[in-house]
Write a protein that binds this ligand. Structure first.
Ligand code: APR
Length: 245
């Protein structure tokens, strides 16, 4: 590992040791080391060619107009049932178990933080593990959606929709409020694996008032200048090394 990176990880480790209410805010880059592509990296989902741009397909109006096409894309490109938590997920779960981390706030919908053992996970964009009938509200798990042909149907005949925030849909205010409170009370905020271009999620980091804002990302982000520590590297390796998983 290059010397500069090692030094930064050492500093990250020290700050973690001195902190007792760490909050983590992450995005798709946290799951790429689990084999789930992100959206905006060069090999990300939005840079692959489809009949319609992916941002159009995973929108509310497209879902309503073309549920068949929506589900073909969604099942083909957004479900990774065999993905396993990587060192980043495991490191964050360990920090919570040690009573040092109060919440993981994620834009991801893959459930890997919970699979790694994290308890307080605030899912800003929902989860593929929760699916509800749009007519009667009946819950269905991911397996049911994976096994269904075309558009998944409820026993009542209604169509089943994933509990995932599509473009044009609002975020759950309860989750947003809990996220703002957690960040306001954090003595250390670690932001990682996110390009910080999608709002309101990206705006959450403005609620942090401390002096330990850490940005861990492969690429530069628009917020690098406001961070107290920027580490350009693979978040699984960085957090894994800092926490010892
Ligand atoms: N380690 C560190 N950073 C990584 C890694 C990694 N292993 N892999 C990717 N990254 C970085 C990329 O450099 C990129 O800046 O993670 C970032 C991922 O950014 P996006 O692909 O834009 O994903 P995200 O920020 O989560 O997107 C936010 O956009 O389309 C919506 O709802 C979708 O939740 C998503 C939201």
């Amino acid at each position: 590992m290059e010397e500069n990176l090692e030094k930064k990880i050492e500093l990250l480790k020290q700050w973690m040791e001195q902190s007792g209410s760490i909050v983590f805010f992450g995005g798709a880059g946290v799951s790429t080391e689990s084999g789930i592509p992100d959206f905006r990296s060069v090999d990300g989902l939005y840079n692959q060619t489809y009949k319609y741009p992916p941002e159009t397909i995973i929108s509310h109006s497209f879902y309503v107009r073309n549920p068949q096409e929506f589900y073909r894309f969604y099942k083909d490109r957004m479900l990774f049932p065999d993905a396993k938590p990587n060192r980043a997920h495991l490191a964050l779960a360990k920090l919570e178990q040690e009573g040092k981390l109060t919440a993981v706030i994620t834009q991801n919908i893959d459930g890997l933080h919970q699979a790694a053992g994290s308890k307080e996970v605030l899912e800003l964009h929902g989860s593929v593990h929760r699916n509800y009938c749009t007519r009667c509200g009946q819950f269905y798990d991911l397996d049911y959606v994976l096994k269904s042909e075309g558009v998944p149907r409820c026993s009542c005949g209604g169509t089943i929709k994933p509990d995932v925030v599509l473009y044009e849909e609002g975020l759950d205010n309860r989750i947003l409020q809990k996220s703002v409170n957690a960040i306001r009370n954090a003595d250390m905020l670690i932001v990682g694996g996110t390009s910080l271009v999608v709002y309101p999620a990206a705006g959450l980091i403005d609620y942090y008032q401390g002096k330990r804002l850490v940005l861990i990302n492969k690429d530069k982000t628009a917020r690098d200048s406001m961070a107290d520590l920027v580490i350009n590297g693979k978040i699984g390796e960085v957090l894994g090394a800092a926490v010892g998983v």
